[in-house]
Ligand binder design. Structure first.
Ligand code: NDP
Length: 246
């Protein structure tokens, strides 16, 4: 029996840590050739080594998703190398939570540029390739914060609500062309994401939220579930919380 994702090519952004790293490993285990994209090249190379020693295939493409040239050259590199893109996992993200009155404008801007604009640009660049082949699958990693607001998360909430809106509008444009879309909405996951929160008070607020958390692999399994369904099944949205998170 062939692996479910044999002969398919998957791009994972933010593959240098956390959910992206676990997702790249999980998709490789299902047989996909995984393209590892993020800024930290050493982490990507280490992951590529691990996947390849387990028998998988990888390509490392250093990418800053906020840089349009990087986005275009990522897509060009992958199509030159493999001639197709079957799965795009837009996972790169930052969570720089601050009360708005104390928020640094550059943090607000960075969240929009990485979480929303970067995801939109890469999707825009990949879509024509999926349309020209026999379809494809776009997986956008949003958050519970894409469905529920929280004080001190206004900027982050805005980007994740934006991801949900963008993805579901796009779904209606492309689903009849066999391009599937999936929104993934994790609750608390044990990664380095929260360690970059610049505000002490918010860090305390978060430590309560993160008393119980999922492992990145728990989210990777959800992404594998969505991307290994038969072609006539489109898993549009999955919310995954730790059982103890209200
Ligand atoms: P991590 O901080 O471990 O991973 C974030 C990834 O995004 C890193 O690989 C980082 O790579 C990458 N990234 C950041 N900025 C850029 C950029 N400009 N260009 C390319 N890549 C970038 O956190 P998680 O794994 O937790 O986060 C992954 C996604 O999951 C995010 O979208 C996050 O919002 C979402 N999420 C996480 C939750 C959690 O509790 N952990 C809950 C809900 C959603 P590098 O720095 O090397 O570029």
């Amino acid at each position: 029996n062939a692996a479910p994702l044999a002969d398919s090519v998957a791009i994972v952004t933010g593959a240098s840590s956390g959910i992206g790293e676990a997702t790249a490993e999980a998709l490789a285990e299902e047989g996909a050739t995984v393209v590892l994209a993020a800024r930290r090249v050493d982490e990507l190379e280490a992951l590529a080594d691990r996947i390849e020693s387990a028998g998988g295939e990888t390509l490392v493409v250093p990418t800053d998703v906020t840089d349009e040239d990087d986005v275009d050259s990522l897509v060009e590199t992958v199509t030159d190398e493999f001639g197709r893109i079957d799965v795009l996992v837009n996972n790169a993200g930052v969570m720089l939570l601050e009360p708005l009155e104390r928020a640094d404008r550059s943090n607000l801007r960075q969240m929009v540029e990485v979480n929303l604009l970067g995801l939109m640009d890469l999707t825009h660049a990949v879509l024509p390739i999926m349309q020209d082949q026999d379809g494809g699958h776009i997986v956008n990693v949003s958050s519970v914060a894409g469905r529920k607001t929280m004080a001190n998360a206004s900027g982050y909430n805005a980007t994740k609500f934006g991801v949900n809106a963008f993805t579901d509008a796009l779904r209606q444009e492309v689903t009849t062309q066999n391009v599937r879309t999936t929104i993934i909405e994790p609750g608390a996951v044990d990664t380095e994401l929260a360690s970059h929160v610049p505000d002490e008070q918010v860090l305390e607020q978060l430590s309560e939220l993160y008393t119980e958390s999922l492992d990145p692999e728990d989210i990777a399994r959800a992404i594998v579930y969505a991307t290994t369904q038969p072609e006539h099944v489109s898993v549009n949205e999955l919310m995954i919380r730790p059982t103890g998170q209200v």
